[in-house]
Design a protein around this ligand. Sequence first.
Ligand code: DOR
Ligand code: ZN
Length: 349
Amino acid sequence: MTTLTIRRPDDWHVHLRDGAILKAVTPYTSRDFARAIVMPNLVPPVVTVADARCYREHILASVPQGHSFTPLMTLYLTENTDPNDVEAGFRDGEVTAVKLYPAGATTNSQSGVRVIEKVYPVLERMAACGMVLCVHGEVTDPAIDIFDREAVFIERVLEPLRRRMPELRVVMEHVTTRDGVDYVRSAGDSLAATITTHHLIINRNAILAGGIRPHYYCLPVAKREEHRLALRRAATSGDRHFFLGTDSAPHLDPLKECACGCAGIFSSLNTLGCLAHVFEEEGALDRLEAFVSLNGTAFYRLPPNEERVTLQRHEQPVAFPRMIETDDGLITVFDPMFPIHWNVAGEAG
Ligand code: DOR
Ligand code: ZN
């Protein structure tokens, strides 16, 4: 059996939700990841440090006994966010990052930012104290084709913002295009990007060819094959500017399988198995640790995890559940469309 021992990974972008879904999904994240940057797009959103403190308690109450897991809290940036609250939360270690959602870009983003100038005071304060801004990098202009929204965001919003505030430390979340990868590569050390597991595996055909498959619909939407290949090269290169953010984003099945389905793919349950498969396919298993355990930690200026985990490759595919049950209903698990032979030693699926 092939095995690979690496430092325990972190997930630099995950949605844990609240209530019944939080209870059902958190154990998968806390089982495989030491820390996770938890997205704040609840209803209502996590906008103040007091909100984050309360949400963190809910999360910790959902972590099973015996798992050691630290949720890293984020604040949802609004045009009314108070720079003093943000800075105090960061200095006290209660919040790690702030998330910028352009209003209307994705799930529960209606309280997000419409006019970027209105949040300059918060961003300037973050730049001064070294706090990370996580960015959902898509424009919302209805005139821009959905497949071009990331590239246009870089040109219209991100590049001007970074020119104005070169000190601001930015993570382009869930980068999905070659344009995004090239931009991150060409920028200095104040810019990095997360890459999801699913964007390394699917292109837009998975959603649209041969029938519409809502469980592959997420935002930013998967792009053409050339973009997936660019993401694979970036993730498996070892380049420290790229690291894992699963963007595991559970929605109850009826809310995905309907006339106007929600965006989001639930992948925390089998992410490490999928990634080992991808890195093995690319002949880059020796760089998996950089992507899942080292690069993100370095960008966030946190110490790497000391604990080690062993991934193992089985002769027979590992039987992961196709869906999980919550008290509110079923959630479908990401299907990578290949048999997964890898799992974490000691875990059933
Ligand atoms: O697919 C997505 N789902 N993309 C996002 O940006 C948000 C997320 C969610 O919260 O469901
Ligand atoms: Zn997300």
